[in-house]
Design a protein around this ligand. Structure first.
Ligand code: ZN
Length: 180
């Protein structure tokens, strides 16, 4: 719909032609609205409308059926630069990440937190390496049998349990699982 929102000062600063249109409207105004009459006197006396007066007049014109069709079409509040549009659409059509094929042969996942005492068991078939094309970065999506330390930045995969006790929940879940 044309001109379906109120004018803002920014609209007028983006198109000073709107001031001329508002002044013309005031100059020819025969209605009874005090505010526009005052603007008419100002314009008729050789003055000009500033941005906020022009904005108020334009918002009167929006609801005046005798002139509203003469207003230029409003520009969208957010304008998209046509030269930026194409790469953005391409980006939107690319996946945010790719899951890379990887085989993980480590046995344990250890937390690097100071008070960590357990060695969790890696679930290799659920562990993935994600590649983010926009930032050219990898992310290791680790999985353990008990679910601990998933995607943690403070954990690492290793074959050395470092003398820690093996997580009981990990052992239980692995033993109960059919997909080992
Ligand atoms: Zn565990």
């Amino acid at each position: 719909m044309q001109n379906d929102r109120k004018y803002t000062d920014a609209d007028i600063r983006a198109d000073y032609d709107l001031i001329r249109i508002a002044e013309e409207y005031c100059f020819n105004y025969t209605g009874s609205f005090d505010f526009v009459q005052g603007c008419r006197d100002l314009v008729a006396g050789g003055g000009s409308l500033n941005v906020s007066l022009a904005r108020a007049v334009l918002n009167c014109m929006r609801v005046d059926p005798t002139v509203q069709s003469k207003l230029p079409e409003q520009k969208p509040l957010v304008q998209v630069d046509p030269f930026e549009r194409r790469p953005r659409l391409q980006i939107a059509n690319r996946p945010a990440y790719y899951v890379l094929r990887a085989k993980f042969k480590m046995t344990f996942v250890l937390s690097r937190a100071k008070n960590a005492t357990a060695a969790h068991l890696l679930r290799p078939e659920k562990t993935e390496l994600w590649w983010y094309p926009y930032t050219s970065t990898y992310s290791l999506r680790r999985s353990t049998w008990c679910g601990a330390l998933r995607h943690s930045d403070h954990a690492e995969m290793t074959n050395d349990s470092e003398g820690r006790h093996i997580c009981l929940q990990c052992m239980r879940n692995r033993d109960e699982s059919n997909d080992r």
